[in-house]
Design a protein around this ligand. Sequence first.
Ligand code: KPL
Length: 318
Amino acid sequence: MSSPPPGPPQIHILGVGNLGRLFAHALANTPNPPPITLILHRPSLLSDWGSAGRSISITTHGLTNSAGVYDIEEPIHSGSGMIENLIIATKTLHTAKALEAVKHRLNAQSTILFTQNGMGTTEEVTRLIFPEDARRPNYLVAITSHGVYSEGPFRSVFAGQAHVSIGRVSGSSTKSRYLLDQIVAAKLLNATEFESRELRLLQLEKLMINAIINPLTVIYNCRNGELFKRADITSVMRDLLAEASQVVSSLPELRTREDGGNDVAERFSKVNLELKVLDVAEKTAANTSSMLQDFRAGRETEVGYINGYIVNGERTWN
Ligand code: KPL
């Protein structure tokens, strides 16, 4: 008797905050959804899952959709079996610790998609969790500009639809193709694939934007849109932009010219960075930045992975 053909590979999601919910919901609502397993990293999440009707609800333009089929693993240490595809959607600060708990289930055949803010997480995970090349999974990175906020456990509002830029981290193999294709096929995510060098430049651009907007909203206790309305803040912001532009221009990849002859350094000039920061601050004018939300809630902020990456990077690059 022949065995049934293997089904499509499983996608595990670790971290069920707003981003984890959005990715799970988007993947579960494609015409051919992949099998999805949510890894609940705290035992209390299991009762939250029960109270939420064992579903993820995403509200878009006032309409709530709770469709989607998910398996659950809980608590984090009880799962067994290899993980082929993992989306890690924990906060930057908790990523390495969360991966530590499942590292025995990951190997060089696995793919991890990092969705965190800031930069430096993949390097940290390599250093702390997968120092040996032979066991290191393939890495994908997603830069997400969607606006999502929580309405309670497993319930989020998809408030600002924007886009996801996704691609392989340099050195990762084509084994990561399956997860990449699933993300791009999930229309709700509006994801575009980029090659690893361009992806890194996009990460740096987002880093610069967050390094200016996020801490200033904390210092001045204001929404993103107020940053450009006050002359005193604008002047501090311009000083920061000048410094950030100078630092990032010393990056090795910015010292070379792109294949197409485009001067990458121009892209990170003070003037162009200011235009980008202004554009994002305007588009997200009503937002309370993620750093201000963390600060107000008494949580540790991601400043170390945003401004800290620039400060530490300056030491490493030169
Ligand atoms: O990414 C953001 C954040 O708050 O972390 C911005 C773009 C600043 C939007 O609020």
